[in-house]
Design a protein around this ligand. Structure first.
Ligand code: SF4
Length: 332
């Protein structure tokens, strides 16, 4: 259970029920009132080496903009929702790119307004729309602090139109397993080989626990997916990822194996990640590989075309070998 070292909050959160609950819950933690969660000067000025310390802070405010961004993978829209950032420290996390602004966990207490807008959009659409509510944070992790995901699932499932989806790297799913969801929620577990979780995904759940969680979610009748993401081409990547797929085959329940779909995402990285990770985690694995990666504009790196093609072929073959009947939604 995450207990913050320090809290910054916008005064206005006292006008929201969740705001009051959080202030009471953390009444013994040092706090400071801020004007705007987007701009905390003393956090902005901190050096990269203080990164993990910054992750111990919690920021609470309200989300002012509710812009939906079109998406064409597993959802129709990416929707900023009840949190941004995270307490974990995956070395590749794209939220790190703006880390002075986004990397630490920010909670937004005006959840009613955000969900209301989603429901309105879902109801006025001619077709069933899917809304990705977990692209800015990890909602399973956030739920352990706010209970927001339980609340969201209960409220959304009363509406008989549209779907919500979110990915997670956390296993604390028990509290959402016994609630009404009306099959309107698509939960997606992100996995990587255990050795990569250990070296790269600091502060997230173990592989074994993530698989147990996806089995529980399948048992609770949620729609389920597995993201093999991000694929990191370490030296023995083929062996590592084949073992992972085999592990999934051996440890997913019969129901999960029957229903699960896959998404595969190759890692992208950036100059900013390299700088922060170099200062904050000097002994960590080097994710940038000059031989395998190429620039993608604005300081970003991606795996070279032929390397990715080899990777795509590998994943299609191996998934077909172990999961011939399961859909791969996309490989990017
Ligand atoms: S769990 Fe997700 S949001 Fe949190 S640090 Fe890792 S990639 Fe980023």
């Amino acid at each position: 259970m995450f207990v913050p070292d320090f809290i910054y909050y916008e005064k206005d959160i006292e006008n929201y029920e969740l705001g009051r609950v959080l202030l009471e819950k953390y009444k013994d933690i040092d706090k400071k009132i801020i004007e705007n969660h987007n701009n905390i000067e003393e956090m902005r000025k901190k050096s990269n080496s203080e990164f993990s310390k910054m992750k111990r802070a919690l920021i609470i405010g309200t989300r002012k903009t509710h812009k939906f961004v079109e998406n064409h993978k597993v959802s129709d829209f990416l929707v900023p929702y009840t949190s941004s950032g995270c307490t974990a420290m995956c070395l590749y996390c794209y939220l790190v790119c703006n880390y002075n602004k986004c990397a630490y966990l920010r909670l937004f207490v005006n959840r009613e307004k955000m969900l209301e807008k989603i429901i309105k959009e879902a109801n006025k659409a001619e077709k069933e729309l899917t809304f990705e509510i977990g692209s800015n944070s990890d909602l399973i992790l956030e739920n352990t602090i706010t209970g927001n995901l339980e609340w969201t699932i209960k409220e959304f499932s009363k509406n008989n139109k549209g779907y919500l989806t979110f990915p997670t790297k956390f296993s604390m799913v028990d509290s959402i397993c016994n609630i009404q969801h009306n099959k309107r929620i698509i939960t997606r577990m992100s996995v990587n080989p255990e050795s990569i979780i250990n070296k790269v995904e600091y502060g997230t759940s173990r592989l074994k626990d993530r698989i147990e969680a996806i089995n529980k979610l399948a048992e609770a009748d949620y729609k389920i997916g597995i993201l093999i993401a991000p694929v990191i081409m370490v030296e023995n990547w083929k062996e590592e990822y084949e073992n992972l797929i085999k592990y999934l085959y051996e440890n997913l329940s019969k129901k999960a194996k029957k229903e699960v779909f896959f998404e595969i995402i190759f890692m992208t990285y950036s100059y900013v990640h390299r700088m922060i990770n170099g200062d904050a985690f000097p002994n960590s694995i080097q994710l940038y590989n000059q031989d395998l990666m190429t620039g993608r504009g604005r300081g970003k790196y991606m795996y070279k075309k032929q390397i990715k093609e080899e990777g795509e072929k590998f994943f299609r073959e191996k998934l077909f070998e172990y999961f011939p009947d399961n859909k791969i939604i996309y490989i990017v």
